[in-house]
Structures are given as structure tokens and as C-alpha cells.
Design a protein around this ligand. Sequence first.
Ligand SMILES: Nc1nc2c(ncn2[C@@H]2O[C@H](COP(=O)(O)OP(=O)(O)O)[C@@H](O)[C@H]2O)c(=O)[nH]1
Ligand SMILES: Nc1ncnc2c1ncn2[C@@H]1O[C@H](COP(=O)(O)OP(=O)(O)O)[C@@H](O)[C@H]1O
Length: 204
Amino acid sequence: MIEEKGILFVLSGPSGVGKGTVRKALFEKNINLKYSISATTRKPRAGEIDGVDYFFKTREEFEQMIKENKLLEWAEFVGNYYGTPIDYVKNTINAGQDVFLEIEVQGAMQVRKAFPEAVLIFLIPPSLEELKNRIIGRGTETEDIVKDRLETAKVEIEMMSAYDYVVVNDEVEKACKRIEAIVEAEHYRRDRVEVSYKKLLEVE
Ligand SMILES: Nc1nc2c(ncn2[C@@H]2O[C@H](COP(=O)(O)OP(=O)(O)O)[C@@H](O)[C@H]2O)c(=O)[nH]1
Ligand SMILES: Nc1ncnc2c1ncn2[C@@H]1O[C@H](COP(=O)(O)OP(=O)(O)O)[C@@H](O)[C@H]1O
């Protein structure tokens, strides 16, 4: 089947659920997805490379990008800006390739509005207890922040109804398989293929 446009996939979910971990594992496989590198004002961590992990920006540069409408979505998260450069997403989709975003929940809601045909995947923890363990296990937050994050996570989990798919991140490999299944199934959706299929019939 000929498909003219790629699909925009968005992986989101509460902080600490494992979005970054699952996304990295997914991209270690030979998958047919293009990862959209985000812009951020967060300082690079050891080993992170500008233009690979993120496009690292100053607050001024980032605010300029907002002003010039260069971001598909953006959010302030724990004191830093994060956003998706719009040109890469548009150009890649128009070239017929699927794009994958891994972003926090406020940004995912903006994508839903700006790009209603995007496929939103919500990553959830097997339990709140496990989410707490993961946030603590990461070791970057104090006890107060862990409590805050869990409260926020409860509110965020209620936003599940805005998503198209829900994936439980019990094991990283299983979560990746579920996402791959979603990506594959989306290409068989009648509404995506019927236009090109009809064209095909006209030709024959
Ligand atoms: N809205 C939005 N969120 C993003 C973007 N890029 C990354 N994030 C999210 O920002 C949060 C913090 O990311 P990061 O600083 O790399 O830390 P970590 O993922 O918590 O280790 C994560 O929830 C990411 O999913 C983006 O372009 N837009
Ligand atoms: N399926 C999993 N099982 C156990 N630990 C996990 C799993 N997925 C992620 N983790 C761990 O949970 C913590 C949070 O993961 P991270 O990818 O940073 O979350 P997020 O990007 O959603 O904030 C990390 O320490 C990570 O190693």
C-alpha cells in the first residue's frame, strides 16, 4: 500500500514511569521510526551530546523559538523549558516517514490540539508503589519531591482518556513490543489507507 504521509507517534506518561528508558531501548532496535530531538534549557548531563540527546539552548534562545513559532509544543518542566522543533516533524512526516516524540504530559496535550491525527501512547507503571520505587531508585529527588511527583502522577494518570493507547511498563522489553505492535497496527487503519487504495484502484 502506498502511504503518502508518515504518522506522528507520541509517548508520554507520568514522571518516573520509564519513558526515557523505554524510548532508548526502542531505538536500539532496527525500527522504522525517526526520533525527534527536543530543544531544552536543561544543562547537558555527563555524556550528553548537543544535537544527539537534545538541542541545548539558553532561555533567551528558547524564548525566541517560542516567539517565532518554531516549536510544535513546549512546556516548562522542573524549572527548564522543553520543546519539539516543528520543522523536523513536518518535513519528516511529509517525506512519508513516521516520527516519534517522547515528551511529558502537558506537551502531549498540545500535540493533540495542534496535530489531531497524532497517535498518543500513555505509558503507565504497573502500580503506584512501583512508580514510587522507580522515582526513589533514580536517586535524583528528595523525599518531598518524591511525594509531589506521586501526587502529580495520580492527577496525570486521570488524563488517560485523552490518549489513544495505554502501555504498561512492567518490563522494558515488553513495553517496547507493545509500542511496536501499535506502530504496526496504525499503518493498517482503514482511514489511513483508503485514500491511497482508492487511487490505486483508479489506476488499474
Ligand atoms: N513537552 C516536552 N517534554 C519533553 C520534551 N523533551 C523531553 N521532554 C520531557 O521532559 C522530561 C525531563 O526530561 P529529562 O530532563 O531528559 O530528564 P529525565 O527524562 O527525567 O531523566 C521528561 O518527562 C521528558 O519526556 C519536549 O520536547 N517537550
Ligand atoms: N520496566 C522497568 N522496570 C524497572 N525499572 C524501570 C523500568 N523502566 C524504567 N525503570 C527505571 O525507572 C526509573 C525512571 O525511568 P526514566 O526512564 O528516567 O523515567 P521518565 O523518563 O518517565 O521520567 C529509572 O531509574 C529507570 O531505570
